[in-house]
Each structure stands twice: as C-alpha cells, then as structure tokens.
Design a protein. Structure first.
Length: 277
C-alpha cells in the first residue's frame, strides 16, 4: 500500500465539500474495476446533499462551487522509490483534468488527472467499503483528513506525529502559530468530528521537547457499538434524513452493487469484507 500511504500523507488542503466530491466519485467504482482517466464520473447534487454539508435549497450551486475549487487544487506527493533512506521524488499534480456541469440534471462530471490515478486505484476498495459512510456526516475538512490518517494507522491504535509534519500535510504552515490556536481551530474540531460521525473513538494528547510542544499524540480504537449497530440497523433514516438500509447508507449500497444483487446481498458482502479486513 505504498501508493495509498503516499496519497494519504500528501500535502493538500481540500475542503470538506471537495473531499466528499472525490469520495462520491471514487465510491462509484466497483472492486473489480479500476479508476481511469477515460471515464467521467457523475456526481449529483442530491448525492452530496445526502452526505450532509449542503443545504437543500442550493445544493447544486454548492456542488458547482466545490467542483470549481477542486479544479484549482494541486496536490504534492512525496515518494521514496527505494525506501525512506533514498532521496525523495516530489510529484505536483491536480486531482482532476476536466469538469462538465450538467445544469439541467443538477450534476457534474469529473475526469481524474492521469498522474493521480495510480494512487486512487490503491484506495478504491477502502473508500467504497467504509470511508464514505464514516466521513459523510463530517463538517470539518480536518476531520476527514484525520480519519484518513487514523485508518492508515488502524492496526497500531496510536500514533505520535511531529507538529511540523502535521502542519505540512494539512497545508497550514502559516496558520495558527500557537499550539492553543492549533488545537482550538484544527485538532479539537477534527477529533470531535471523528468521534461523532465515524466508527472510531480517538483521544488527543501532546508531548514537549524541552518547554515547547513538538508532538501530537493520538490514541484510537473501534467504537464498541459500531459492529452491533451495523448488524441491527436494518432500514430507516439517520437523524439527518439519510436513507439507511441493512446497516448502510442507501447511496453506498447503490454505488457498491454488482449486477443483479439485492440491497441485502450487497450489505452482507460489505459486512463480510469489512470483518475479514
């Protein structure tokens, strides 16, 4: 998973709307398929509104704005071809190479940039299985990024990172210079988002070098009721009105379904793969 780790740890500053736009597009790709720059992935305003963060009366306008900002976004990926001891290679690229607005349908078509596709293909299965449903309710872009990092470190259950490194990957080197402001404006909202909306519980700590706080400590674990709620939530709606069937958001089942599968069969397959992974 070298490529996926490189993408997760890449420096970019996507808003929560832009992150959800990318996730919604990736979730359309089935596990037996690969993302390609020959396909335009259609994301509707209603799909993003179902994920939260978009007001019902202007969801298409918000989708267009997120798409326009995504078009301007660059991403900086650091690769170590022969391991961490080698001199790194730096790739500067964009997320998408083209966008088409379908104003009569309240949708956009996005075509991913060619250089980003190898990294996205490493993540396709993970996004479609659990990431989308766990970040769909988040309101903080930092919450989405924190969840991605925690998933990367899932087997460890804890991680200590340098504040300088964290600032770099979040693209906030010139913001919130004091640790107090960093925690208040970035870290605490991100932790709250993860704890409220995802399948993980995380706590925040810090470590000093001398008198200066230099490292952030993260301890996390799966929520005890996550598996139980997945097994027993059959049909209905979440509090925000999101359709929920057999323990999964309906749009996730739609995007993950194979030809001829029922909703129940898709949910059973996703649960089986999630528990085995």
């Amino acid at each position: 998973m070298v490529k996926s780790n490189a993408l997760i740890e890449a420096a970019h500053s996507l808003t929560v709307a832009e992150s959800k736009l990318i996730l919604a597009a990736i979730a359309q790709v089935r596990r037996d398929e690969s993302i390609t720059d020959e396909v335009r992935y259609i994301v509707t305003a209603n799909a993003l509104a179902d994920m939260g963060g978009f007001k019902a009366n202007h969801e298409y306008r918000a989708l267009k704005q997120a798409s326009a900002r995504l078009w301007e976004q660059t991403i900086r990926i650091t690769e170590y071809p022969n391991g961490k001891g080698a001199r790194p290679r730096i790739l500067l690229t964009r997320w998408v190479q083209s966008i088409i607005y379908r104003e009569d349908e309240g949708a956009v078509e996005i075509r991913f940039a060619k250089d980003i596709i190898p990294y996205l293909n490493q993540l396709t299965a993970e996004f479609s299985q659990y990431r989308l449903q766990n970040v769909s309710g988040m309101t903080s872009s930092y919450g989405v990024r924190l969840y991605e990092l925690l998933v990367q470190w899932r087997s460890r259950g804890e991680r200590e990172v340098e504040i300088g490194w964290l600032r770099h990957i979040l693209q906030i080197e010139d913001k919130y210079p004091s640790i107090r402001d960093l925690k208040r404006r970035v870290l605490s909202p991100a932790v709250e988002d993860v704890n409220e909306h995802s399948d993980l519980s995380v706590s925040l700590g810090q470590r000093k070098t001398g008198r200066k706080v230099t490292h952030i400590q993260l301890k996390f674990c799966p929520k005890k009721d996550a598996a139980l709620s997945t097994e027993h939530s059959q049909e209905g709606n979440r509090p925000n009105g999101e359709p929920f069937m057999f323990g999964y958001p309906k749009y996730l089942l739609d995007n993950s379904a194979r030809p001829g599968e029922t909703y129940e069969q898709v949910a059973r397959r996703l649960r089986s793969k999630r528990s085995s992974g």
